[in-house]
Design a protein around this ligand. Structure first.
Ligand code: SF4
Ligand code: SF4
Length: 462
């Protein structure tokens, strides 16, 4: 496959797009009418440097969220399965050259203990994370996914397992698909080839095109649920946003479906990293770029991670981020450790996280802000594929599916895991949300289902 990122083309758009006020408003209106933006239109938003225009862009992203995405936020947790790695990424603590790093691959027993610990906090959706190493081949990944699905602790179970692992070949993706995975994520890290070569100093990951085309191979293998991402701070954020939009329209053109999710981790503590620090992204530009991405790809799920502080998370949630991780512990084997041991040794971690709140703390904060924390996995399990696209494009989808499912999974959480204070607040929120619904048969059925959850029924969904 020919590489589809053309740096000259991208810079051509960035250098030529005029950030005219009228044009910016037209572009925001186009996005609010549920249309993905072109590269040229995205470049116009990128070039809007006047603070008033930046505010209009952020307001546009907020309006899109109000108009389309409703009040539910899906929660998940990352689980690191192994940190063996043959690559040397300048920005990562797991790089092969870091001889201080203790290398661990969870045994089956350890993996089960981690999953049980996660289930015991109420998690239902995981993303399994693996370094790049011959040991973590497709069969290994598929086996760990099956193990995770098989772990049940009390009322707990994992209902969706997503993967963040090295690119595979087509046969490898087929093997992993057969284990019933959700999304397969491969982040390009940077779309700029020259920077890519500078920060990937050894191992298979040096091959820019092998990584860039990895999710095309996933599509060939029948995995149409793929996640892309860029690590902001390696190169000019404007180019990376354009790269993500180009990657999206490549998928649309070739497979008729965009990426399921876009992630945008950001490097913040670069003092000990061997990278050019001139591209670190300020909070101002970061919130702005997320708003631009929201408008550029209005139907794609946006994932925000615990690398960001709670203050940044709170702002970005208003732009229609659909998923966040909660209660994240990126220490290898960290979930099953006792609380007093949680001041972990940094040598075991890949990067630093800035939101150390427990899942329940995050749940409570979302509830306080009137979001409905959700563990919904219903589309995937009911065979409704392209879920983010449907919630975006099918009229009434959020009302009929996302919101009631969020309420049902929240009700489960309140019954099974929440301390009394959270339970009280959560039940009040459920009452409020019910109160806002029209009186009709659907509402009566939902009330009945919520009652069934209280009576001990689980996994009820639409
Ligand atoms: Fe290995 Fe991934 Fe870290 Fe690179 S980012 S060193 S591939 S674990
Ligand atoms: Fe996601 Fe579908 Fe659940 Fe909505 S109903 S939250 S789109 S899985």
């Amino acid at each position: 496959m020919k590489p589809f990122i053309d740096a000259d083309e991208i810079w051509g758009y960035i250098n030529q797009a005029a950030a005219d006020k009228g044009r910016i408003r037209e572009i925001i209106a186009k996005s609010l009418n549920k249309n993905r933006l072109t590269l040229e239109e995205t470049a116009v938003l990128i070039n809007a440097n006047d603070p008033e225009l930046v505010e209009e862009i952020k307001q546009g992203a907020k309006n899109l969220k109000e108009k389309v995405y409703g009040q539910r936020i899906v929660l998940f947790a990352p689980l690191y399965v192994g940190n063996l790695c043959i690559n040397n990424c300048a920005y990562c603590g797991y790089k092969a050259s870091n001889k201080q790093m203790k290398r661990i691959t969870l045994s089956n027993e350890d993996l089960i203990a981690q999953v049980k610990a996660l289930e015991d906090t109420g998690q239902k959706r995981l993303i399994l994370v693996y370094g790049e190493h011959p040991k973590y081949d497709a069969r290994f990944i598929a086996d760990t996914v099956r193990t995770v699905y098989g772990v049940k602790s009390g009322p707990g179970e994992i209902r969706r397992v997503n993967i963040n692992a090295a690119p595979l070949d087509i046969d490898g993706f087929r093997i992993v698909k057969d284990a019933n995975i959700g999304t397969y994520q491969v982040f390009q890290e940077t779309y700029d080839e020259e920077t890519y070569a500078k920060v990937h100093l050894g191992g298979i990951k040096r091959d820019y095109n092998w990584r860039l085309t990895s999710l095309d191979r996933a599509q060939e293998a029948g995995i149409d649920d793929v996640g892309i991402g860029a690590l902001f701070g390696l190169y000019d954020w404007r180019f990376e946003v354009m790269g993500l939009v180009r990657h999206t329209n490549h998928f649309e053109a070739c497979y008729n479906v965009g990426p399921h999710t876009i992630s945008f981790p950001r490097i913040q503590y670069a003092s000990e990293l061997n990278i050019n620090k001139s591209h670190l992204v300020s909070d101002y530009d970061f919130t702005r770029l997320v708003a631009i991405l929201r408008l550029a790809v209005p139907y794609t799920g946006l994932i925000l991670t615990a690398r960001e502080s709670s203050a940044i998370r709170d702002e970005i949630l208003q732009f229609g981020v659909s998923q966040i991780d909660g209660g994240t512990n990126i220490e290898m084997g960290g979930y099953s450790k006792k609380k007093e041991n949680e001041n972990q040794d940094i040598d075991f971690e890949q990067f630093q996280i800035n939101d150390n709140r427990s899942l329940n703390e995050i749940m409570e904060e979302l509830i306080d802000k009137k979001y409905i924390p959700s563990f919904c996995t219903s589309c995937y399990r009911s065979g409704r594929t392209g879920e983010h696209f449907m919630e975006f494009s099918v009229p009434g989808f959020i009302k009929r599916f996302c919101q009631p499912n969020a309420m049902l999974t929240l009700a489960e959480y309140l019954e099974d895991y929440a301390p009394s204070g959270t339970k009280e607040k959560g039940e009040k929120l459920l009452e409020e949300k019910l109160g806002e619904m029209e009186e009709n048969e659907f509402k009566e059925k939902l009330k009945e289902k919520l009652k069934m959850v209280k009576e001990g029924n689980r996994d009820l969904y639409y």
